[in-house]
Design a protein around this ligand. Sequence first.
Ligand code: SF4
Length: 353
Amino acid sequence: MPSNTSLTLARWSGDAYLLTSQKLLQDQYEREFGDALQLVKGRENYLCERYAPPARVTTTHGLCRRPRAPFCQCPYARAKLAAQNGPIFCTNTAYFLTLRQWQREQLRRRRVLVVDEAHNLEVQLVRVFTVAFAPDQMTKWFGGPLPRLGSADEYRILFEDDVSRLDMALALIDDRLASLRPPGLVDDDLLSYPLTPQELALLGERDLLESALARLHFFLDAEDTEWVVRYPTEISAALELVPLTVSAMAPALLWDAAELIVLSTAFMGRPEAIAGYFGLEPEAVRAFASESPFPVAQRLIEYRPVGALSKATLSELEPALFAEVAAILAAHPAEKGLVHAASYAAARRLLTE
Ligand code: SF4
């Protein structure tokens, strides 16, 4: 839900970044407070206006993506410009972190940065830096599945040789894209001549490789950070190199974006722990909490365990779990309620019981 407190702080500052944890929340902010803020999402959420209807092509594949295509402005570029120049730049945290990491010059320092639903922040920060190779990418970029090595340092040695080869592969894609530029067209025509399937495929390949390489370079340089290797044994598994902590990266990526940072959430944890996670000076962290507007009697937690539920015990315990849910529903026949299931599949099984 959009937070009035977050918006009030952002408006009070007159110069803020306001980050939401999901695009859905961003939409709610737009619906409820659209006049007060300037909202921008990643470019895949906007349509390129240069394609004639009924074609619906996102700006990710906009005609300006051709090498050396002329300048053009679309809903994405306009939304971004308005947010950059407006008093409240509202976006989702993942997009903001991506911009801060790879296009920092586009985001000037502001008075306040408000992060809504900040309990998700650490996971989102980790995602920005995680190096991940899916099986098809390993085949394409490394000639086959990558070996299973015991530590991130061993992968660092392995990738040292590959990274310059992949940098060259990226430059080659750029050259091939440039050579596919339709001959005989003047610059302005390029914005009306649709991208060919070959150009689209190369652009997609280019985006993936560029993003993977940016993370790989960061990993190779970040020797001081501890990295965890995730590489399950299944044949379809991806290799992931995940930073164990983001405390070294968060200051430059986030805290440097504004003079005052506000982390807003229903529950964040102890201030000392937050300072530790995010590389903040403990004495610079202040915690403010307000009482819930609901009396305790109306938000009791009733503990009714049926066992230790896991993948291994699921089939054995699920009937008892569903029986417990049915008993609760039966005890409240005339009231409305909400049942959270662990997955859509579990919700469907519950409904058929
Ligand atoms: S060609 Fe123009 S309208 Fe299309 S994505 Fe690029 S800037 Fe936007």
